[in-house]
Ligand binder design. Sequence first.
Ligand SMILES: Nc1nc2c(ncn2[C@@H]2O[C@H](COP(=O)(O)OP(=O)(O)OP(=O)(O)O)[C@@H](O)[C@H]2O)c(=O)[nH]1
Ligand SMILES: [Mg+2]
Ligand SMILES: [Zn+2]
Length: 315
Amino acid sequence: MPSSAEAATDPPGAAASAAAGTEPGRILASFGRHYWVRGRSAAERLAVTRGKRTDLCVGDEVEVRALGIGQAVIESLHARTTLLQRSDAWRTRLIAANAGRAAVVVAGEPPFSEELLMRMLIAIETAGIEPAIVANKADRRAARAAIGTRMAVYRALHYPVFEVSALTDAPATRAALAGWLAGHTTVLLGESGMGKSTLVNALVPDAQARTNEISQALGTGRHTTTFSRLFDLPAQTATDARIVDTPGFQTYGLHHLSQSQRLHAMREFVPLIGRCRFNDCTHRDEPDCAIRAAVQRGEIDGLRYRLFLLIENSR
Ligand SMILES: Nc1nc2c(ncn2[C@@H]2O[C@H](COP(=O)(O)OP(=O)(O)OP(=O)(O)O)[C@@H](O)[C@H]2O)c(=O)[nH]1
Ligand SMILES: [Mg+2]
Ligand SMILES: [Zn+2]
């Protein structure tokens, strides 16, 4: 699989920027070879990369050179603290860079896929990013009851679970999430229709207008989220906080991770790893499998175990 992070990296620093005739910037959105970048001067503009380079993504810190009015080129990429990715057998896609936190947004209506939730949590944790779950649409009583039992499983595994109603109670949503968001860049992941963009709108008052601004610059103009976009939260909501809205992924492949990485991201499996009779146990039907035994004793949630095997079948 081609490496997606083979880019040259430079240390950040104003002196280096000035010497090179560039300024540091942050990628707020990406579209193929075009990137929406905000420079230190706060000006936002569309920039291209040199040499058809496409291994950059939202959240990346870069050096940009202005070429003329409204034109700029990205000269180099600064080292990343984290990189969230997804992949199929052929290709790895970059989702966001430099995020310290990521929240998977789920809801009871339409019903969320727990397999996708698990895939996203596995990718998040393996990337060294702190995960949480946002259980949205709490105003829908029947839907809320439907996901309540599953959320209890994730709470028991020490995932923070925030129950909110982004559409009907924006102030309470802000209050619930502010502390967790403060001081971090947080990526929102989740299937289409779970309410990621509604959540962003509850947190960032001018989010919709700012997204329209980019759509106009690109000549698109669609309503559903088609590209990832980074927003600053207003300081009165959460200090030093940024949030990345992403389009709803229908699949979330984990081919970029090893079998061992996926296994270690299953929190309840970790104390049992290495305790099976066979070193190469796949935890399916081998005799004396410590993980399967724990499932049979009711110590490990059976649905998570079955979904894990399903994920291992297709990655
Ligand atoms: N009842 C209720 N509906 C909500 C809530 N949050 C979002 N919705 C609705 O759910 C639908 C989907 O919301 P979006 O915010 O567009 O979902 P999304 O996750 O951004 O979807 P994609 O951009 O397609 O990935 C919209 O009709 C929202 O009005 C909520 O808290 N309660
Ligand atoms: Mg959206
Ligand atoms: Zn086993």
